[in-house]
Design a protein around this ligand. Sequence first.
Ligand SMILES: [Zn+2]
Length: 280
Amino acid sequence: MPHQLTCRISNSTWSAIQQEVKRTGDSISHVVERAVTSAMGLEHHSIFQVSTTGALVQGVYQGCTRVGDLKTHGDFGLGTYEGLDGELLMLEGHCFRTTAEGVTGEVNDDRLVPFAVITRFEADRKERLSDIESLTSLERKMDAFRSSENIFTGIQLDGVFDKLDLRAACKAAAGEDLVAATSHQSEYRLENVEGTLVGFWTPAYARTLNVSGYHLHFISADRKQGGHLLNLNTRELSAAFHFETDFHMAIPETRAFLEADLRSDPSQAINVAEKTRKRD
Ligand SMILES: [Zn+2]
């Protein structure tokens, strides 16, 4: 629910607001909210990303930012931990890690992260989704609620899940690339579990930076189970979509990142590593 603000401002501030309204064609509310959120460092409709999937594919998993730093850019998101050691999920400002054993717990702010996508989640659209037979079926239903193929979308799905197939990345060996590292990922099934899926839909044009299409991580309501979603089956979920029109990326200054060859298109390797089951 939006709040109403009444306050006194100087003539010069008022005329600056009027000029900005005229220049942009936006409403006064929009202009004021944008100025205040930017002055307070609260970016809305904005994605903050650390590193790129292209770098992950190359095996650049050294932590370059702390969980505490991620929290200054948002309260919701996903990623992985240093060394590809588990799955990261952030929800309501709490950051969790699911280990290869499927054990989930909150992490402290000093933990290092090599890749993450974070936002300050606010629902722009809420819907009920029913008869979800598979991940593909869920994706087709969510497609109908996205307004454009060209903006990022934050997604939160809540409910009781009949079946969830999840995976958690295992710590990678030194020099191991993402496809090799996820070929021995741990996979497990949860049944009849209440919880939340957290994630994003990313436009195809951003495929060298992020996982294009849908990418979702799960956390149970008791915060004890989680992982990266491979497939699911359930009757009903409540869905919230946050449309993101601003994109900020922090480029790691680790030696491995600075020296990596990131010229190629990583999307095929990302599809294998992030969207398929264990390969032997
Ligand atoms: Zn993932």
